[in-house]
Design a binder for this molecule. Structure first.
Ligand code: HQG
Length: 180
């Protein structure tokens, strides 16, 4: 069952963050998909899923990647999008220090350009070292960068925090970065 849910979660990440067109799905301006519609399209495209399974993916997901709206008629990814949507999260003052996990081969470029969102809409930052380490470790031996988020915020950079606790910002200039 765990494997089945992990596979479904991967597929939902694909269609709710990156390529909704794979199953002809439409996301609204804030990234929401209609629950009935996504279920019908997943099944049409050979990914068997029903409401119960969808609910299980949302509640058991290791990173709480997805959320339902209040009346559970819509679902979206909490963060990580490459498609242009606006999560409409309120701007928030971040903790003084946030962490970013990456790998050594990106350091020269990061220390020249700062942290860039790449194909995603935001740079992803964490309060938790274990989380930052696991994000970096997806690509090799993790290197942790400290971001002086409080200083950035006082200088006018906007931050928001996703429903699953990932801190988001547009770009981290080099002067706010330190190697841990
Ligand atoms: C790096 C996963 C060169 C950056 C994770 C990262 C996270 C630069 C990569 C979420 C750079 C982008 C996001 C620069 C940044 N030059 N490289 N100037 N600036 N980079 O995947 O933060 O499991 O888009 O360090 O757990 O790794 O999918 O971002 O290595 O929460 O839910 O460019 O994705 O979540 O990679 O990961 P990504 P990320 P999920």
């Amino acid at each position: 069952m765990e494997k089945k849910l992990a596979k479904l979660s991967k597929f939902m990440s694909l269609v709710l963050r990156h390529q909704p067109e794979t199953i002809g799905l439409k996301l609204d301006a804030e990234g929401w998909a209609d629950v009935t519609d996504i279920l019908a399209r997943m099944n049409q495209h050979g990914t068997q899923c029903d409401l119960l399974l969808l609910e299980q993916v949302v509640t058991t997901n290791d990173k709480q990647r997805f959320a339902f709206n209040a009346d559970r008629t819509k679902i979206r990814a909490n963060q990580g999008h490459s498609v242009a949507i606006d999560l409409a999260l309120p701007p928030q003052a971040p903790p003084e220090i946030l962490l970013h996990g990456t790998v050594a081969k990106f350091l020269d470029s990061i220390l020249a350009q700062g942290l860039l969102p790449g194909s995603r809409q935001h740079v992803h930052l964490s309060t938790d070292e274990a989380v930052a380490r696991s994000v970096g470790a997806r690509r090799g031996l993790a290197v942790i960068l400290r971001v002086r988020a409080g200083d950035m915020h006082r200088a006018g950079h906007e931050f928001s925090c996703s429903e699953n606790g990932v801190w988001l910002t547009a770009h981290v200039p080099v002067k706010y970065l330190e190697e841990q």
